[in-house]
Ligand binder design. Structure first.
Ligand code: XMP
Ligand code: MG
Length: 185
């Protein structure tokens, strides 16, 4: 699927496929330098982080393992419920491990704040965050995000793992959804 197929549901392409891939390589370079000589456990947050996890993991040179958590803070709509539910926990014991949480997007930051507290209680050697996208609201939450791909405007975005009602995750770029699709103005 490309921008043309999206028809009227997409209002614009915010970050192109080439820009995404260049940024992933840049982040991987920083992570390789910071974790040189160490083993890293990448923890992807399902489902949105699938694309960034797959591309980031392949761009890294340090030895990595991958595990996944599924948490839910949003229903089928576009607003945070503020309630975090664990739908799938890690398979890995992270005690003593260097953990890097890979996220698609930080909006209110509620999900990651909760997740960081949860992971820190399991005694990892370290735990840091790599988020591809960050919205302006995130500054209100005390969250130490070590790696950020792009700071974006406060619009609902889709593509590259991000969905609206489970659609559009497979777009290779990040787009903004037309407000009429989700009942906005
Ligand atoms: P919070 O508000 O807890 O939200 O930081 C993080 C999670 O909310 C989802 N989210 C979005 N999903 N387009 C999406 O497809 C968006 O613009 C968007 N904003 C937040 C996402 O699952 C993220 O992990
Ligand atoms: Mg997510």
């Amino acid at each position: 699927m490309d921008a043309a197929d999206m028809g009227k549901d997409l209002s614009s392409v915010l970050i192109s496929e080439a820009e995404l891939q260049a940024k992933i390589k840049e982040l991987a370079g920083q992570i390789d330098a910071d974790y040189a000589g160490q083993e890293l456990l990448l923890v992807g947050v399902l489902k949105g982080a699938v694309m960034v996890m797959a591309d980031l993991a392949r761009a890294l040179h340090v030895p990595v393992q991958m595990d996944w958590m599924a948490v839910s803070s949003y229903g089928a709509g576009t607003r945070s419920s503020g309630v975090v539910r664990v739908l799938k926990d890690l398979d890995t014991d992270i005690a003593g491990r260097h953990v890097l949480v890979v996220e698609d997007i930080i909006d209110s930051g509620l999900t990651l704040s909760w997740l960081m507290n949860n992971l820190k209680s399991r005694d990892p050697a370290s735990v840091e965050i790599c988020a591809l996208l960050r919205k302006p609201e995130a500054v209100k939450v005390p969250l130490d995000v070590r790696y950020v791909g792009f700071d974006i405007p406060n619009e609902f975005v889709i593509g590259y793992g991000l969905d609206y009602a489970e659609q559009y995750r497979n777009l290779p770029f990040i787009g903004t959804l037309a407000p009429h699709v989700y009942g906005g103005e």
